[in-house]
Design a protein around this ligand. Structure first.
Ligand code: ADP
Ligand code: ZN
Length: 551
């Protein structure tokens, strides 16, 4: 077999030791590397911090013949992240590997030099931005160069159903035709949902790929969620950073403005903090990043532009000032804590304003790109599903780790003892009766109306809109008259998040409540349902603006 020509896993282990200085592979790495060395197309699903890079770098070194033995060709790594390219390439060069990158940040003369190096077969590993793949000069060069492996990093970017669709990724499939004989293709992602995985296989045109998934559990990370009004979030973060002044941390915010405001607030409290977002000049961004890595800056307050490809192993905490738009995104960002295996804390702060904000973002999908209406509808629905799962995580009363791992398709112990819910840092309210009435009402109204209407019918609203449609004759009309309307809405929102209900787009393209995958459970005699008290409207104005959260 061809494997024996370049060597197998034993040789890979020697490369691991010689080039990187590590003694053993981490779980999952071995399987992926063996598969690539066996020249099989491969899909590897690994959480952030699991060590994806080595999975393609080691085969790349072996396939290029630089570790002794025959060379088959160079390897191309396709990555959307310029900062990752630069950092990985300099790390590789530092250990003597001939690595280069091609992206829009290169000066023309550097670009020409890299192209010449490729032409002379002097490049082992080439990092390359997806936009580059369509360029004719590049394709001509690649057509004349033996390519052994194409590694696609952040492969979920090829899928519309993922959380970070990038149309340029659709060019990869066509680009692969340029490599003759065809290179082995290995796709890497931290997104584990079925839909995305299938899309990766088909959109990249993988050939009968071997698929591997490592556990998403990160036992050294503590997870927490907390619902707080805007101002209280800032105070919480400042006081947390003060209590952990000798540790490095990342705080993620939803907007550039928030990163700057919060970085100022932290600086005023005497904490060495800096903002980081895509609106800052490149030099400023690299300066902040370098200072963070050297511990000259303790806290980075960033938008999601920060972190991909930053390899700082001793980040001790990742705080979220806002709710991300999906669990994938959250887990990827939170996962930047504790890569060294020592304890890390991940706290997600949120409120109804975040839910409204993320919902508005989805509704703005309408302004995104050119696509057929049906696609747009599906894209919106899938983004609502991603967001609902995120909301469910924030509101769940169960173990947070179990909730995360369950989302990634893993079974986990019911209680981890290392999250805010297992620590019992919340009070819950029994809403079994309310939930049963909600289900009845959705049924009464024929699974055809939105959350607001269901809530007001249950609340016994005497509006013309309700009377006109005869909703006031529904058996469940007024069944929750004694609860506040915002409270009923909170119960409904959590039921959607937990899968008792789902939101579908009606033909008229507005969201309606329908039964969810767990609807039958709510009809059982032993049904019992609790939600977090903090998530329930206490009437104190605690959750601030945007209490009519919607989805
Ligand atoms: P990912 O891309 O999956 O988020 P990286 O490839 O950046 O993860 O690896 C995360 C960290 O783990 C890096 O510091 C890397 O050097 C380290 N690492 C990877 N594999 C091993 C290993 N087998 N033994 C020790 N450390 C490893
Ligand atoms: Zn737990």
């Amino acid at each position: 077999p061809r494997e024996s020509r370049v060597g197998g896993i034993d040789k890979a282990r020697r490369v691991l030791k010689r080039v990187y200085g590590y003694d053993s592979f981490r779980s999952g790495q071995e399987d992926v590397i063996s598969s690539i060395l066996g020249r099989h197309d491969t899909v590897a699903i690994m959480p952030t911090g699991a060590g994806k890079s080595l999975c393609y770098q080691i085969p790349a070194l072996m396939l290029a013949g630089v570790m002794g033995g025959p060379g088959i060709g160079m390897s191309i790594v396709i990555s959307p992240l310029k900062s990752l390219m630069r950092d990985q390439v300099s790390a590789l060069q530092a250990v003597g590997v001939s690595a280069s990158y091609l992206n829009s940040s290169l000066a023309p003369e550097d670009e020409a030099r890299v192209m010449a190096d490729i032409a002379h077969h002097r490049v082992t590993l080439l990092y390359c931005a997806p936009e580059r793949l369509v360029r004719r000069d590049f394709r001509e060069l690649i057509a004349a160069t033996p390519v052994a492996l194409v590694a696609v990093d952040e492969a979920h970017c090829v899928s519309q159903w993922g959380h970070d669709f990038r149309p340029e990724y659709r060019q990869i499939r066509d680009f692969l035709e340029t490599c003759t004989p065809r290179a082995v293709v290995a796709a890497f992602t931290a997104t584990a949902t079925e839909h995305v995985r299938e899309d990766i296989v088909s959109a990249l045109g993988l050939r009968d790929p071997a698929q591997f998934k490592t556990s998403f559990d990160r036992p050294n990370l503590w997870f927490g969620t907390k619902k707080l009004p805007r101002r209280a979030k800032d105070d919480w973060i400042v006081s947390f950073a003060r209590d952990h002044a000798d540790q490095s941390g990342i705080v993620y915010c939803a907007s550039r403005r928030e990163t700057e405001e919060l970085a100022d607030a932290l600086a005023q409290a005497g904490i060495n903090a800096a903002a980081y977002h895509a609106g800052l000049p490149d030099e400023r961004r690299s300066a902040v990043q370098d200072a963070f890595i050297d511990d000259d800056i303790r806290v980075i307050v960033a938008t999601n532009a920060f972190g991909m490809g930053i390899d700082k192993p001793d980040v001790r905490y990742v705080l979220h000032h806002n709710m991300p738009s999906s669990i994938e995104e959250y887990y990827q960002e939170a996962g930047r804590a504790g890569r060294d295996g020592d304890p890390g804390r991940c706290m997600l702060l949120w409120n109804d304003g975040d839910v409204s904000f993320r919902t508005r973002q989805i509704d703005n999908t309408d302004r995104e790109g050119d696509m057929p209406d049906a696609d747009r509808q599906m894209l919106r629905t899938s983004r609502h599903d991603l967001l609902n799962a995120m909301i469910g995580y924030c509101g769940t009363t169960g173990c947070l780790r179990a909730s995360l791992l369950g989302y990634f398709g893993e079974t986990a112990p019911r209680e981890c003892g290392n999250c805010s819910n297992c620590d019992g840092e919340f009070e819950s309210v029994d809403v079994t009766r309310e939930a049963v009435q909600v289900m009845r009402c959705v049924q009464d109204l024929g699974q055809r109306v939105g959350k607001g209407t269901v809530a007001s019918v249950l609340h016994g609203a005497q509006s013309e809109a309700v009377a006109k449609r005869g909703y006031d004759r529904a058996p469940s009309y007024g069944a929750l008259r004694s609860s506040s309307l915002p409270f009923v809405k909170d119960v409904i929102a959590q039921m959607v998040a937990d899968g008792y209900l789902a939101v579908h787009m009606s033909n008229g393209a507005y969201p309606v409540l329908v039964f969810g995958p767990r609807a039958d459970d709510a009809a059982r005699g032993d049904f019992h349902y609790e939600i977090k008290r903090e998530a329930a409207h206490t009437g104190s104005g605690g959750s601030g603006r945007g209490s009519g959260s919607g989805w």
